[in-house]
Design a protein around this ligand. Structure first.
Ligand code: PMV
Length: 311
């Protein structure tokens, strides 16, 4: 049994969403595949690195060898799934289309994928909204703070306008093809979010930047619904400069967007920033080629309308 859970790109509103503003994000056709087979013990294999996990449900203790950070998501997902669907012994194999931590919500897709696979393997049915909630609980447990955006979009699929607190969503029209450029990422989401919080505490005027991002999201929603790519591209640039004011857009992103200007309607960081994924709305078909010429890993992606599912 194999589950696919889509990665997520943030089109508008990241960081401001942490302070209650709405955001628009899209599930994409690249993400994470989780294979689950019932077994006499629980183990997790990820990519080429075999990670062995021993989890004692009675004591609530775990011992693991391998990538600790990745494992913390997988382990928290197993515990969450066990609480929700009862005990299960199974082997899980996780395979991702992106390197972890680039900003394509690999952690949320992993959590959502493992929980969905666990439920399917245990013969339980999990609704998309319940899955979104459980995935968010894992993100909160591992990261300390996280908006419900990534887990919700990976679980539900499509282009969603998210209102974070209390959580609600609205399905928007698909946006067509996107291009992703992956730059080296400097810093973890958790630390970058903490830096923005510190800046906001130090400087009152940062509240206006957050409000402005909220206004961009509202305007962008109308452009998505109208299928107006010129408008979307322009607003992506504006959103990116506002994120720059929060200190999360580095010079390499600015130079890249300047270089790509003739080939795109617009572009911006996707996620916490300081490198990582840059999402681009292509105007001309050769965007990925131009990126490859610059030695930058590039992916053409489409919106995934279905969200996490058994294949
Ligand atoms: O860097 P990512 O893909 O984990 O995205 C973080 C998005 C933020 O808005 C900065 C934080 C959040 O929890 O929504």
């Amino acid at each position: 049994m194999i589950v696919f859970s889509p990665g997520v790109v943030k089109l508008f509103g990241e960081h401001a969403v942490v302070y209650g503003k709405p955001a628009i994000a899209a599930a994409i056709n690249r993400g994470v595949r989780v294979r689950c087979v019932r077994s006499d013990r629980t183990s997790i294999r990820a990519g080429k690195a075999h990670v062995d996990l021993e989890y004692d449900a009675d004591r609530g203790s775990a011992r693991a060898m391998g990538a600790e950070r990745f494992l913390s998501y997988a382990l928290a997902s197993l515990k969450t799934a066990e609480r929700a669907f009862g005990p299960l012994k199974a082997s899980f194999e996780i395979e991702g289309d992106f390197p972890p931590g680039v900003g394509a919500a690999t952690s949320a897709a992993t959590s959502v994928g493992v929980i969905k696979a666990y439920a399917a393997c245990a013969g339980a049915d999990v609704g998309k909204e319940e899955l979104a909630k459980l995935g968010h609980a894992v993100e909160l447990e591992v990261q300390g703070a996280a908006s419900p955006m990534d887990a919700a979009v990976s679980a539900l699929g499509g282009v969603l306008r998210i209102t974070p607190y209390p959580f609600s969503y609205k399905r928007l029209r698909p946006v067509g093809r996107l291009a992703l450029a992956v730059l080296p990422r400097r810093g973890l989401t958790k630390d970058i979010v903490a830096d923005v919080r510190a800046l906001k505490t130090r400087r009152k005027s940062v509240d206006s930047v957050i409000d402005a991002i909220g206004a961009v999201v509202s305007e962008a929603e109308q452009c998505v619904e109208a299928g107006d790519l010129e408008c979307l591209g322009e607003l992506m640039h504006i959103n990116n400069w506002l994120l720059g004011a929060l200190g999360v857009v580095d010079d390499d992103v600015i130079s890249l967007l300047k270089h790509l200007r003739p080939f795109i309607y617009g572009g911006k960081i996707s996620g916490a920033g300081r490198g990582g994924v840059v999402v681009l709305l292509p105007r001309r078909p050769e965007v990925e080629e131009v990126l490859s010429g610059l030695g930058i890993p590039a992916y053409a992606v489409e919106v995934d309308e279905l969200g996490a599912r058994v294949l």
